[in-house]
Write a protein that binds this ligand. Sequence first.
Ligand SMILES: Cc1cc2nc3c(=O)[nH]c(=O)nc-3n(C[C@H](O)[C@H](O)[C@H](O)COP(=O)(O)OP(=O)(O)OC[C@H]3O[C@@H](n4cnc5c(N)ncnc54)[C@H](O)[C@@H]3O)c2cc1C
Length: 516
Amino acid sequence: MVSYTDAVTHKCGCWRITVNRRKFCQSTLAVATVAALFPAHRALAAALMEIPGDIDAITAAGQQATLRQASVQELADSLRGPLLLPGNQAYEMARQVLNPAIDKRPALIVQPSGVADVSSAVHFARENNLVVAVKCGGHSTSGKSTCNGGMMIDLSRFRHVRVDPAEKLAYVSGGSLLGLMDHECMAHGLVTVAGTVSHTGVGGLTTGGGFGRLARRFGLALDNVRALDVVSADGRLRHASKVENPDLYWGVRGAGGNFGVVTSFEFNLHAMDRQVIAGNLFYPMSRLRDLLAFYAEFSMNAPDELATDLVAGYPSSGKDGFVLLALCYSGPATDADKIMAPVKSLGKPMLGEIKSVDYVALQRSGDNTAPRSTASYLKGGFPSEISPQLIDTLVEGMEPHPDRSVQIIFQQAGGAISRVPAAATAFAHRYAQHDMIATVSWKPDAPAAEHVRYIKRYWSALQPFTHGFYTNEADEDNARMVNKNYQGNYSRLLGIKRRYDPGNIFRLNANIRPTA
Ligand SMILES: Cc1cc2nc3c(=O)[nH]c(=O)nc-3n(C[C@H](O)[C@H](O)[C@H](O)COP(=O)(O)OP(=O)(O)OC[C@H]3O[C@@H](n4cnc5c(N)ncnc54)[C@H](O)[C@@H]3O)c2cc1C
């Protein structure tokens, strides 16, 4: 089990002076003293401040409630990390998620410094009947990591990766981002499976699935989890592995945050060369139909070491539509030419080339350099195949528009992902060869309705070609299909949910309702 002591000691070097913390924090003078003596710890000092009064909240049942000042004070005093309340600048920062179309206001935000804080926060939420939103990378496009009137547990101070190269293991704390994990592991010539954008959270990505450039080779991110630590709804920390709490270990790998807050993941690592053969090749939109047909065949015949994604879209100018083939081959470089030969037969792209690149740099290459600059909405599902009929529907529905950007994304699956039996983890969609996403983005201050309507309309034509959806991409429209989407794993998941979160405080996910 990983310990967070190092990180906490660093942050809270002033811990000794807060021994009699309850009394100390009654005094605003004490707060000012901490802030003055330890400027780096101003955020901590903020947490020591007196809670000014009662706080309005919304219960899990959707009713208005009041959190009494004394009980919130008690929570604040029990924490080592900050408790953030409305009206505070740090609160305004922390409540944000990547998608600015999501604008929610939790009643209170806890930024745990370690497991003990997570546990205190969960206790408080349960006792006060609050919904808990767990935020790791904040990438849930539908805003599953925030809420109105409940408690947000923001894991952004909970980022740490320790690699054990001899055992080929990485201990990754629950708020870590993918880039940190890639960076630390590759320093030892080791990798595990991560998504394609380095600021996505390990927490959300892994608990729902985890597709990425290496997934066809090594399985989903969740297939690489050897053990995890979870704070469940009773506030208890549980270690889960094949031999300890095996039901929890099984369920967390695919049913997201339904059972609690994952405070630590233990990942299996694999030796891999730092250099991979990769390329982002751009072609004009006029080639969409023939590139989709090419992709359908090429991706199905790819070896496990090759990940090919296809993205087609129009930027918000409504002009210069493009088709992007994103390739990453992590096998022996000597085989790369032969494997990429069909791509070369497509002719010279408008932009891009296939070459040897640093894997960690490639993993960062798609990062958002201006986070929260566009609002977005998406729909996704697993297509049964990329058939000629699906291609026709995709091409016909792709509409340029001056005020929005639209994209169709195929992320390749299959390979090692499909060789895991559907009942081996809670993730049931092992048959999928691709994940298909239709997404739209627009300026955050512009009205959303027209753009959301467009993608819903487009998706209503595409959905019949899909068979199930990726829980990490689910939104409120998917709610009534969630149980079915867990397929043969649902009834076992229901039992685990009833055991670890009978009151359903962890419901902001592809939710298994314990009362079903
Ligand atoms: C730009 C971008 C790129 C993406 N690329 C990929 C990709 O390559 N492959 C892929 O598979 N997916 C990808 N996704 C989808 C991604 O898997 C989901 O959005 C995922 O939920 C993000 O995790 P997060 O921790 O960043 O999100 P958050 O919004 O912080 O959390 C999402 C959900 O996970 C839960 N959660 C987060 N951390 C924990 C934890 N420690 N314990 C318990 N529950 C937790 C939250 O409660 C919430 O329900 C991408 C999304 C975006 C926006």
